[in-house]
Design a protein around this ligand. Structure first.
Ligand code: SF4
Length: 333
């Protein structure tokens, strides 16, 4: 398995949001892996792809719609390009290092070895995603790049204070998952790591290079994990025993032990969300929802809240319900 992919690359989107949001490098990758239409193009996308209505949902895209329906439209329907960001690209790099370290024998999974993987994984990332070179185009002496790589090494090193990879044998790493609900809705994403105990208990682990959210925002962070738990439950008929978020930025670990009722609640939430997305897709009624997160949005030039105009809607539309939908007012749960 290789989400938090992120895979083909972690964040194919640009500067996303603060680390406490549901966006992560992983399932953005899931989306680049998949053929369906709900991926976001990057500035380096090779060729235009026929625009179709979305056919599946990932945690990142669900989070986009909950944050701002218009942002979802820009990313999924219009697929407007976004610039790579230092933070998201560093997240991709760190995820790659942590994933590759498990190639080594258990006794050799040390912090120095992990840090030594950083330069090589950075080279690989530049090869697979040449657009990341833009990040340091104005840094001819390489000073900012050196600091950026040092920070990546620091994040990798901190992992060893939170987990001991010499005592772990992941069942899966960077695992692309996809499941179809009874309603026909397809859910997909990439899970950073899956551990399976000898007793069969499953633990889903996701790495975050940002800081842990404050307690009042923990539910939002767990939404992504419950999403993955629902997918695993559907695929393997087993409710994961534990969901674990590892925050390398602050050195925190957030865990949650889900029960069936949690996953049923998330499923109901996703179905309601999908109904709202389908309605907006059919009517072309995508409403902006300005928040402080607009500061991280690449699309202010197209956003009416900032004096911009969205591009012509590329899909056929039908008349909207005059009552309108409560777009973007859904919380994670
Ligand atoms: S700038 Fe804010 S309101 Fe406008 S599309 Fe982006 S997130 Fe939505």
């Amino acid at each position: 398995m290789e989400t938090s992919t992120e895979d083909a690359a972690e964040e194919t989107r640009g500067p996303a949001r603060p680390a406490a949001t549901v966006t992560d490098h992983a399932d953005a990758a899931a989306e680049t892996t998949a053929v369906a239409a709900d991926t976001t193009a990057t500035a380096a996308s090779p060729a235009p792809v026929a625009i179709r209505p979305p056919t599946s949902l990932s945690p990142s895209r669900a989070g986009d719609f909950m944050q701002c329906p218009l942002l979802y439209r820009f990313r999924v329907i219009d697929r407007l390009p976004e610039k790579p960001s230092e933070a998201a690209t560093r997240g991709t790099l760190v995820h790659a290092v942590l994933e590759r370290l498990f190639d080594a024998p258990a006794a050799e999974r040390t912090a120095p070895r992990a840090k030594a993987l950083v330069p090589g994984q950075w080279d690989r990332l530049r090869e697979s995603r040449p657009e990341v070179e833009e990040l340091f185009a104005d840094d001819p002496e390489g000073e900012r790049l050196a600091r950026w790589l040092t920070e990546a090494e620091r994040l990798v090193e901190r992992w060893f204070t939170l987990e001991d990879p010499s005592r772990l044998e992941p069942a899966e790493r960077e695992m692309f998952v996809e499941a179809e609900l009874d309603s026909g809705l397809r859910l997909r994403g990439i899970i950073d790591r899956v551990d399976v105990a000898p007793t069969g208990e499953v633990r889903i682990v996701d790495y975050k290079t940002g800081k842990a959210p404050r307690p009042q925002y923990a539910e939002g962070a767990l939404f992504q994990m419950k999403f993955y738990a629902l997918v695993v439950w559907r695929l393997r008929k087993v409710v994961p025993r534990r969901l674990q978020l590892v925050y390398l930025g602050s050195g925190d670990v957030l865990t949650y032990d889900p029960v069936v009722a949690d996953l049923e609640r998330v499923e109901r939430k996703l179905l309601a969300l999908w109904d709202a997305i389908r309605l907006a897709t059919e009517t072309g009624d995508w409403r902006p929802r300005p928040t402080k997160l607009c500061g991280w949005c690449d699309h202010q030039a197209h956003c009416p809240e900032f004096g911009g105009t969205p591009p012509p809607y590329p899909l056929p539309v039908r008349a909207a319900d005059p009552g309108g939908a409560e777009q973007g007012r859904m919380g994670p749960e």
